[in-house]
Design a protein around this ligand. Structure first.
Ligand SMILES: CC(C)(COP(=O)(O)OP(=O)(O)OC[C@H]1O[C@@H](n2cnc3c(N)ncnc32)[C@H](O)[C@@H]1OP(=O)(O)O)[C@@H](O)C(=O)NCCC(=O)NCCS
Length: 157
């Protein structure tokens, strides 16, 4: 498995993987509104390719603001259905978190299932509100969230 930082050459294959792994209409999700007009954190967006060069999984991170504090929004993360359950998702997420740590990122959040993400240290962020409709129990964060709360908004460049 080859893991590398996403480049422009990966874009359409990664988009195709996301389309395969998520329900139609994924771009209508509120998390996508936070990404509009904001470049991703390129060094934290990773692509895993198998031996044949096929895209097996990918993860992205985007800068956001929570109140006035900077944070990263992790996601989407997707693993090809034929490769799920082999630890690739965990490898991608942990590698992306490690890259964020090395880059000096203080806090990462995401919208997802706590039973899956708690293994990476994520917990529910009670004071952080995503644009509706988002189930507050799915708003999760890791690292330094002390004193950080408020609405999640776009981090326009
Ligand atoms: C979620 C996803 C990225 C995980 O990738 P993966 O490579 O299958 O994950 P891993 O192999 O690292 O971990 C698999 C384990 O996580 C569990 N798991 C996967 N999704 C889960 C979820 N939503 N809630 C709880 N557990 C989950 C699996 O049951 C499995 O458990 P086990 O280790 O006890 O067998 C992948 O299943 C996927 O692409 N799903 C569709 C897109 C998606 O839902 N993305 C996440 C959006 S929040």
């Amino acid at each position: 498995m080859d893991l590398h930082v996403e480049t422009d050459a990966d874009l359409w294959e990664v988009e195709a993987l996301m389309d395969l792994c998520f329900a139609p209409g994924r771009t209508a999700l509120s998390s996508y509104r936070l990404r509009e007009g904001v470049p991703p954190a390129r060094d934290l967006c990773l692509v895993a390719r198998g031996r044949g060069g096929e895209v097996a999984g990918a993860v992205r991170q985007w800068p956001v603001l929570v109140g006035t504090a900077r944070a990263m929004l992790l996601g989407p993360v997707a693993v090809h259905p034929t490769r799920q359950g082999e630890g690739l998702g965990a490898f991608l997420i942990q590698s992306s978190l490690d890259a964020a740590d090395r880059a000096g990122v203080e806090r990462v959040m995401l919208v997802g299932d706590l039973p899956y993400y708690r293994r990476f240290g994520f917990g529910v962020l009670p004071g952080v509100t995503m644009p509706p409709p988002t189930n507050p129990d799915r708003v999760l964060g890791v690292w330094d969230w002390v004193g950080v709360a408020g609405p999640v908004t776009r981090a326009l460049p």
